[in-house]
Design a protein around this ligand. Structure first.
Ligand SMILES: Nc1nc2c(ncn2[C@@H]2O[C@H](COP(=O)(O)OP(=O)(O)OP(=O)(O)O)[C@@H](O)[C@H]2O)c(=O)[nH]1
Ligand SMILES: [Mg+2]
Length: 459
């Protein structure tokens, strides 16, 4: 079995490196890691990965760093050119994409054919640059053509809101609309959130990308390391729990043996079954400084409470944001709509996967997730639970939560209104037009992101 990871651009390659590093270092889950690594002689591991960037440095750096780890390395399937895409989505999509298509698909084919059983693609990319975002969106469509039955997930990095690049909202808008149309699931991870975890929980004053990528990698590994479906025990106190529970049928996808949640298609089936809802948010706990770990008592109760808060807390952010967000443009309807959602008592999600690792994970009570207010009425199995008795790293107990929820509404609405503000004066559009991007593509992207927002708002 194998998932082929495609690392694109600086952010995608650096985050991908941290991910493989986290996976390779995740003893005692070491045995069944063949899904992400080719197992070589004397326990050597080679990542099932194609590395792509339009400049050579980052790819060379991560390949060297992997070799230096001595426990895993990248293989020979990488592709670089000598100039990047200059944060221009259109250059990545319209210029580099067609020019590199044949070579990229060939490298990917070699990786796919090296899998005994091919389980899909995991793309790693940032949303705000030119290569990961633009070329990544192009490649996603090419993969859809070439591998129509394959599952494609994207792990994508949402840029800092403060704006590192003036055109980042255009790039995010275009990326989001393409990913939502062509990927099976989009795990969007916000740089602001990663940075805040590093500062607040890990006491890193000025987090580097390396620090942030470690947090992202640990969260992703908390979901993708082996785990086994567990029935959800519903709480007696919740009268409507029976309607919500995954229970004995779908929640337990193995007759006693407990099939492993290892295929990306499992994630898609359980979290993104409805094509109108593809946005996934990733949380994991505990995020804790190694030195304080010895003095901290971890309990399942506190960790689950924390995750539930992460899942439902958007209203607070919204209230704060709605007072600060004065940028409403002609599309201010969206922002107002979100504020209205914020006034509801809890945020909502279509589906969630909770992965628990460590002592007691098989029996821990997850009743607190059986709360009707957290899900739309039509959601059939809104919470699935998977477990593994082995602890993750030095954490006696840990949990990851991947949820298809309204979390994306607020950042996406800000991107939309900021992009509209620039687009209404046609700012910087000529950079995109130079590479063949027409106004109609922008218009379609605005319409598509508005649709996504409207659907999530209606939950
Ligand atoms: N979390 C995280 N974000 C990153 C990293 N590197 C870049 N970014 C973010 O990615 C965005 C810029 O995209 P890049 O990935 O650098 O761009 P690229 O895909 O290489 O495209 P070009 O450089 O334009 O060819 C910004 O939002 C950065 O904050 C990283 O290692 N980790
Ligand atoms: Mg770059």
């Amino acid at each position: 079995m194998g998932v082929v990871v495609v690392q694109l651009g600086q952010g995608g390659n650096q985050q991908g490196f941290s991910f493989f590093n986290a996976m390779a270092n995740s003893a005692p889950f070491g045995g069944p890691l063949e899904i992400f690594f080719h197992e070589g002689p004397s326990n050597t591991r080679t990542a099932r990965c194609v590395l792509i960037d339009m400049e050579p440095k980052v790819v060379a750096d991560v390949m060297n760093a992997a070799n230096a780890s001595k426990i895993w390395s990248y293989g020979r399937h990488y592709f670089t050119r000598n100039s990047g895409s200059g944060n221009n989505w259109a250059q990545g999509f319209y210029s580099h994409g067609p020019a590199c298509r044949v070579s990229l698909l060939e490298l990917i084919r070699l990786e796919v054919e090296a899998c005994d059983q091919f389980c899909g693609f995991l793309l790693m990319q940032s949303m705000a640059g030119g290569t990961g975002a633009g070329l990544g969106a192009y490649l996603l469509e090419a993969l859809r053509d070439e591998y129509p039955a394959a599952c494609v997930m994207s792990y994508c990095i949402w840029p800092f809101e403060t704006g590192e690049v003036v055109v980042q909202n255009y790039n995010v808008l275009l990326t989001l609309s393409h990913l939502h149309n062509h990927a099976d699931g989009i795990i969007a991870v916000k740089n602001d959130a990663l940075s805040s975890i590093c500062k607040r929980s890990l006491a890193i004053e000025k987090p580097s990308f390396t620090d942030m990528n470690k947090v992202g990698a640990q969260s992703l590994a908390s979901i993708l390391l082996p785990a086994y479906w567990r029935p959800v025990h519903t709480g007696k106190g919740c009268s409507s729990a029976t309607q919500l529970k995954s229970g004995s049928s779908t929640g337990w996808s193995g007759s006693g043996a407990g099939l492993s949640v290892r295929q990306l298609s499992d994630l898609v089936l359980n979290l993104c079954a409805h094509p109108g809802y593809r946005m996934l948010a990733l949380h994991s706990t505990p995020q804790i400084h190694a030195e304080t770990l010895d003095f901290t008592t971890l309990t399942w109760g506190s960790q689950l409470k924390h995750l539930k808060r992460m899942l439902t807390m958007r209203e607070n952010v919204l209230e704060k944001d709605s007072s600060q967000n004065k940028e409403s443009t002609s599309k201010s309807k969206n922002t107002q709509g979100h504020t209205a959602v914020g006034s509801r008592s809890v945020d909502r999600s279509v589906a969630n996967l909770l992965v628990l690792r460590g002592w007691g994970s098989e029996t821990v009570n997850v009743d607190m997730f059986n709360d009707l207010r957290m899900y739309p009425l039509w959601s059939v199995d809104p919470i699935k639970v998977a477990v593994h008795e082995a602890s993750y790293g030095n954490l006696a107990m840990s949990a990851g939560l991947l949820s298809n929820s309204q979390v994306a509404i607020l950042p996406a609405s800000r991107v939309l209104s900021r992009a509209y503000a620039m687009y209404s004066s046609r700012a910087y559009i000529h950079h995109y037009a130079e590479h063949g991007l027409e106004y109609s593509v922008f218009d379609a992207a605005f319409a598509s992101v508005e649709d996504i927002l409207a659907r999530y708002l209606a939950l």
